[in-house]
Design a protein around this ligand. Sequence first.
Ligand SMILES: [Mn+2]
Length: 195
Amino acid sequence: MKEVNVARKTKETDISLSLSLFGKGKGEINTGLGFFDHMLKLFAAHGRFDLKLSCKGDLEVDGHHTVEDVGIALGEAFARALGDKAGVTRYASVILPMDEALVMIALDLSGRAHLSLLTDIAQQSVGGFDVCLLKEFLLALTRSMGLTLHVRQLSGENAHHIIEAVFKGLGRAMSAAVSTDPRLAGEIPSTKGVL
Ligand SMILES: [Mn+2]
């Protein structure tokens, strides 16, 4: 599978993104939100994706449009890179520790968008990143690529650690789900024949 490029421009954001599913984990990310860049770099590194992303968003309003639209563009890139999902593993889950934080990620490249996010984060903001934007990002991603995603915070206190565990776990689980299952011999992993 080769590199996929997505360009998305609205009155709120201007995004250009390139994604390789089987890369070296290289992230070149510039969204103007330092904490979000850090999270997306971890996602790329732990997923072994190569992700180049620049977003010029209306940060003078707040981070909402930037975070949501990056989720939409990233989901579109995954959907296009996966195509008909022939031969992919499809399901994956991981329980990822980050110091005191422990987060479970379970996902299915189902073609159906569903997000179940259960976290308990006391801080409202971390490094200028509104904690509520975590949900907006995951909603945009799941809708855009047709992903079923369950996220459970099993423990944790520090907002940076908890959100970091979500992005690292998401990278790890996505990496496993998009990988080829040789036993499928190129078949689409659904009894319906379509994902
Ligand atoms: Mn960190």
